[in-house]
Design a protein around this ligand. Structure first.
Ligand code: CUA
Length: 186
């Protein structure tokens, strides 16, 4: 009887030791991953990170004033380009089509800003020196507020723009000329 008890105790001790070794190995692997990715990515950012020179954002390239806003590209895709700066968005009002994929491309020229479009899932940070981009589809027409959602200074709570979601056919009719679209006067 007592020898059977000892045998089962030995099995339990061996099993616990095995699990202890497994857990230590898992923790060691996680720490190693943190060290490798932390050191590696700080030396070399992950791929698909787009950088931009803050000093020349306004002067040349993609984010000059005449190139901001919404455009229907030659291949039929829709791109919105915008800048966040203390304490406004440029442009102040953005027109997008409903039920069509819309790609946002944005950056900041001073502090970290961010935006969310109303109750949609369009949401990103705008970081100086980087181009933030995402593609989303707005299911419903209507006007949405687009507030800055990263604290960026004393004027943060007054920093917001509007997004007008209009029917896709109206948008396409307006956009065929290839110009940047601005909001309809209200
Ligand atoms: Cu911009 Cu808060």
């Amino acid at each position: 009887m007592s020898s059977a008890l000892h045998a089962s105790e030995a099995v339990a001790v061996a099993a616990e030791r095995r699990w202890a070794i497994v857990v230590v190995l898992i923790i060691a692997a996680l720490v190693l991953m943190m060290v490798v990715t932390g050191v590696g990515w700080s030396a070399m950012p992950p791929s698909r990170v787009e950088t931009i020179d803050v000093k020349t954002v306004h002067l040349k390239g993609e984010f000059v004033e005449s190139n901001l806003g919404t455009v229907l590209n030659a291949d039929g895709t829709v791109t919105v380009r915008l800048i966040g700066q203390q304490y406004s968005f440029q442009p102040q009002c953005i027109v997008v089509p409903a039920q069509m994929p819309v790609t946002f491309r944005g950056t900041s020229t001073d502090a970290i800003h961010g935006f969310v479009v109303g109750t949609t899932n369009a949401n990103t940070m705008l970081i100086p020196g980087f181009v933030a981009t995402f593609t989303t589809t707005f299911p419903k027409t209507g006007e949405q507020l687009m507030p800055c959602h990263e604290y960026c200074g004393t004027g943060h709570e007054a920093m917001w723009a509007r997004v007008q979601v209009i029917p896709a056919e109206d948008f396409l009719a307006k956009a065929r000329g290839g110009e940047r679209l601005s909001c309809v006067p209200r």
